[in-house]
Design a protein. Structure first.
Length: 200
């Protein structure tokens, strides 16, 4: 077991092997590879991507940012040069995967137009469409913030791209404020998404 858990690659492979065992249980109990199964796989990928994205968003906002002031200056480069760039890679690609799988899922299940119009396409008569639509639009805004505000400013703040030293504090503050905006939006976004699946 230590050989599996000592390596992230082996741990992830083992996780997928266990998921494959669950797939075999599903098939053995009469399950088929139909549309519902395809939609389930897309939702599984969507939720997994979202866990990566929002998990890192909350890590930045609940752990890293509040504690940066407690780290001695000589140790801060370990965060800014090693940890933050790696976390930001998974953060932004988690956001991209979440948006893509979410839009594909909505398309596969034929509610993409109803959701993106917040239910207007159905005369606002289906609260579930409005709820999932609100969640989708909040997710799209958050995705936009990640790719077009947070990441470009983090590249400046962390010295990943060349920029005058006096631009770094403003870039760091902008990235932090938009990251906090996404943290704020993540709460109603999750409420809307989960409510659409459970109370409507």
């Amino acid at each position: 077991m230590a050989a599996i858990l000592s390596s992230l690659r082996n741990t992830v492979i083992a996780g997928f092997v266990l998921a494959a065992v669950l797939l075999l249980v599903y098939l053995n109990s009469g399950g088929t590879f139909d549309h519902n199964f395809g939609a389930f796989i897309m939702r599984w990928l969507h939720v997994g991507s979202g866990v990566m994205w929002i998990g890192l968003l909350w890590y930045f906002n609940f752990v890293q940012i509040p504690n940066m002031g407690n780290i001695p200056d000589e140790q801060k480069p370990a965060i800014s040069k090693v940890i933050a760039p790696a976390a930001l890679w998974w953060f932004r690609w988690g956001a991209m995967a979440t948006i893509i799988t979410g839009l594909l899922l909505a398309t596969m299940n034929n509610y993409i137009i109803d959701a993106l119009t917040l239910g207007a396409a159905e005369g606002f008569d289906v609260p579930k469409d409005t709820a999932i639509g609100i969640g989708m639009w909040l997710g799209i805004i958050m995705w936009f913030n990640v790719w077009f505000v947070i990441w470009p400013n983090q590249k400046i703040a962390l010295g990943i791209v060349d920029a005058p030293a006096d631009k770094k504090p403003a870039a760091a503050r902008t990235a932090m404020l938009f990251s906090r905006t996404n943290t704020l939006l993540s709460i109603p976004m999750l409420f809307a998404m989960v409510s659409a699946q459970n109370i409507y």
